[in-house]
Design a protein around this ligand. Structure first.
Ligand SMILES: Cc1ncc(COP(=O)(O)O)c(C=O)c1O
Length: 430
């Protein structure tokens, strides 16, 4: 039952599970969402918790479930594959076919390699760029998130602003020496980014960026300026398309924004809700992943589950659904309606807020202003956002801490339900 009609219930079964989780998991969680919610199942644009409460799901498994949960075609493909075996370590037909689909869809993709997560995909994308250039340093943008590998988790949520291009580690446990291997530039500032890349052009192995950084779209000309300067100095440009791939367009952000990198990293949608990531890029760069590469040119890229056939058939079924006429039109139309509902509710409430993103994913930042980079977005009131998210959850609207993901399974009824919740909760924040 939707929560705008009934109070949230917590069953003994859910309370029991939460108790066990708090006993056996650090912080009581898998590391992501809060520990007091245990999801039992999902279908299309909704999920149910163990207590039976239904939520309109704008978390979508943190993004992969763009065709909705348990889509019948994905379930059928996975079920058929599971009955034939789950993993072989050799090439398999589904993985080969998925690689071919990626090459067809993604402008920069001449060759593809698989891994199991987005964090691995960015890790290997940076490794292959280093192997190609025979250099170590990678430049990223402040506020950009590229997953949990040690090279990526720098200056994503810096707790102090250091001078560009110095990096600061986001987490304990990263070897201090790696800070020197990463340079950082401000997002959406073409002059500063170009100047830093020019200055360090002899040391850089690659430049990595989220083409839409978190929820901040690139300003006109920014990606092109980065593309032009990296092309001029033959420095591989890596787009982290783990969020944007197959979401902003079938060909990803590089298609949507019209700027083509040399390498792209994929995760989330491409595995259809199963563990699969991919690195795709120029043939001459990706050739370093070939074991027959001469001497020290070979960049190792193996993994027990790489190209896993269960994940590959889920990815293939998902891409097949997305390719159909009307899929992206519906995604953008529903996303646009939902975004309007959110902006309208916030405006009515009078709470200072800005909605940022693109129709398939966006969220509110509780501050007014032009959200062009991390430092601007960091001015958002985190306490208000937490209250907003908690209020929505209590009304049956599930979202990520700082993202609203939309699926093609969401309907106008879901938007109407969310709109009522946005209005109620926004009003209560004032
Ligand atoms: C832009 C971006 N890159 C990389 C990652 C890491 O992917 P994964 O969580 O699959 O390791 C994420 C995850 O949310 C992401 O949003």
């Amino acid at each position: 039952m939707p929560h705008d009609q009934a109070a949230l219930l917590t069953s003994d079964a859910e309370a029991h599970l939460v108790g066990i989780a708090r006993r056996v998991l650090p912080g009581g969680t898998f590391g992501s969402m809060a520990s007091d919610l245990v999801i039992r199942e999902g279908k299309a644009g909704h999920v149910w918790d163990v207590s039976g409460n239904r939520y309109v799901d704008f978390l979508l498994g943190s993004g992969p479930m763009i065709v909705g949960h348990a889509h019948p075609e994905v379930v059928a493909a996975v079920t058929a594959q599971v009955a034939r075996g789950s993993t072989f370590f050799t090439n398999n037909a589904a993985g080969i076919e998925l690689a071919e689909r990626i090459v067809e869809a993604v402008p920069c993709a001449e060759k593809v390699r698989f891994c199991s997560t987005g964090s691995e995909a960015t890790f290997f994308a940076m490794r292959v760029a280093r192997a190609f250039k025979k250099r170590d340093k990678i430049l990223k943008f402040e506020g950009g998130y590229h997953g949990n590998n040690d090279y990526a988790h720098m200056s994503t949520v810096p707790n102090r602003f250091v001078n560009f291009p110095n990096a600061t580690m986001d987490t304990a446990g990263i070897p201090k020496v790696l800070e020197n291997e990463i340079l950082v530039a401000p997002f959406n500032d073409p002059a500063a980014a170009v100047a830093i890349i020019e200055e360090h052009r002899h040391d850089l192995a690659g430049v990595i960026c989220e083409p839409m950084q978190r929820l901040i779209p690139p300003r006109a000309g920014f990606l092109k300026a980065v593309r032009d300067v990296t092309a001029k100095h033959e420095i591989p440009l890596i787009f982290d398309e783990i969020v944007t791939g197959f979401r902003l367009a079938y060909g990803g952000a590089q298609d949507y924004y019209g700027v083509v990198p040399d390498i792209a990293a994929f995760g989330k949608i491409v595995g259809g809700g199963y563990p699969l990531g991919a690195i795709a890029g120029r043939a001459d760069i990706m050739a370093h992943f070939d074991k027959s590469s001469a001497g020290d040119a070979y960049a190792a890229q193996t993994g027990t589950l790489n190209g896993n056939p269960v994940a590959a058939v889920a990815g293939l079924a998902t891409l097949e659904i997305l390719r159909r006429k009307g899929s992206y039109e519906h995604l953008f139309a529903i996303g646009h309606q939902l975004r309007m509902a959110l902006s309208g509710a916030l405006e009515k409430s009078g709470v200072p807020a800005t909605v940022v993103g693109e129709p398939p994913l966006f969220d509110v930042i509780f501050a007014k202003g032009d959200m062009i980079d991390y430092r601007a977005s960091a001015r958002g009131d985190a306490g208000l956002l937490k209250r907003f998210n908690a209020g929505l959850l209590a009304r049956g609207i599930l979202k990520a801490d700082n993202k609203i993901y939309v699926s093609i399974a969401h309907t106008e009824a879901d938007v109407a339900e969310a709109e009522r919740a946005f209005e109620d909760v926004a009003k209560s924040l004032g």
